[in-house]
Design a protein around this ligand. Structure first.
Ligand code: MN
Ligand code: MN
Length: 317
């Protein structure tokens, strides 16, 4: 008995790429994670932003730019839709007036997705959302390894007196024992600090901090070899703040810092996650009001596609 074919992105030969409803990659919109291997989910929360707001519009703009993406990965050979059932689950209905009330809404949404055996790929939203997502992930899988790409460590104890904000999620994640701290990499950190020892706190937790200037002009493939070896079979989460990439390529974001990663380095990081047990991933901090060309959202959309391409079970052609 033949099983029905998996969902496919709507072809540009069936409907022009500028036409139709703008779901992620023009996949079907689903209202349940049942039967899905992976799903794209938007979390339009930006009230945790410390500087330029606008990431609430990220999911919608990433979906619009994703209309250009075709199914087959011509660099890696990945053919995600040949082997996985994938859909767009729409947006989490966060409470835009209350971060506190939004946290359990997000965690509950992801708990239902994970309970269905579906791997979530998240369109942010600001980086605050990594905390409620990691709460759901750890409740399902236990503490996880983490690959965190960012200009910032996001380990502040508080911001303006608040413990939940876009610069605090990984401090809270450590406190709540959501992470395997000896299997955490923070890649792309840079810029100016509030204190000279800002990056020492994550190092004291056991994180590996890879500052951007340490890897300028260099391939990140060797680093990712180390990541895969040390992560081993542990469940691993990938949290990708678009501001890890240089603002020359991704200036449409809330807290830009000069001297960042290049686009090929970003691709090496995501592609280097193939072979780990990736239980979920996010792409956060795309702020369309600062992205008049759409390039930042386009890059975000492509990185989310690359994340899909490295999920366990994706066939190579
Ligand atoms: Mn961040
Ligand atoms: Mn950042």
């Amino acid at each position: 008995m033949n099983t029905p074919p998996n969902n496919q992105p709507l072809s540009g030969n069936a409907m022009p790429r500028f036409g139709g409803i703008a779901t992620m990659m023009r996949l079907p919109l689903a209202d349940s994670p049942a039967g899905l291997d992976a799903a794209f989910i938007g979390v339009p929360l930006d009230t945790g932003t410390s500087n330029r707001a606008g990431a609430r519009f990220g999911p919608r703009q990433i979906r619009a730019e994703s209309a250009l993406i075709r199914p087959y990965n011509m660099a890696t050979g990945a053919a995600p839709f040949d082997s996985l059932q994938v859909a767009d689950l729409g947006d989490v209905p966060i409470n835009t007036y209350s971060i506190e009330k939004s946290m359990p809404i997000i965690t509950g949404f992801y708990a239902r997705v994970l309970a269905a055996g579906c791997r979530p790929l998240t369109l942010g939203g600001d980086h605050t959302i990594a905390l409620p997502i990691l709460r759901a992930i750890a409740a399902r899988h236990g503490p996880v390894a983490l690959v965190h790409v960012d200009a910032h460590a996001d380990v502040n104890d508080e911001m303006f007196g608040e413990r939940i904000a876009n610069g605090t999620p990984f401090r809270r994640a450590v406190e709540e024992k959501l992470l395997q701290c000896d299997k955490v990499w923070q890649i792309g950190l840079r810029g100016t600090g509030y204190a000279a020892d800002d990056f020492d706190w994550p190092r004291r937790q056991g994180f590996t901090v890879v500052q951007a200037h340490e890897v300028w002009y260099r391939s990140l493939a060797p680093l990712m070899d180390e990541v895969r070896e040390r992560v081993g079979s542990a469940p691993c989460y990938l949290s990708f703040d678009i501001d890890g990439i240089d603002p020359a390529f991704a200036g449409g974001t809330g807290t830009p810092e000069v001297g960042g990663l290049t686009v090929p380095q970003a691709l090496e990081i995501v592609r280097g996650c193939r072979g780990v047990n990736l239980v979920g991933a996010d792409l956060v901090e795309v702020a369309p009001p600062y992205d008049p060309s759409g390039n930042t959202a386009l890059l975000g959309a492509n990185l989310l596609y690359e994340m899909l391409c490295v999920l366990p079970g994706v066939a190579l052609r």
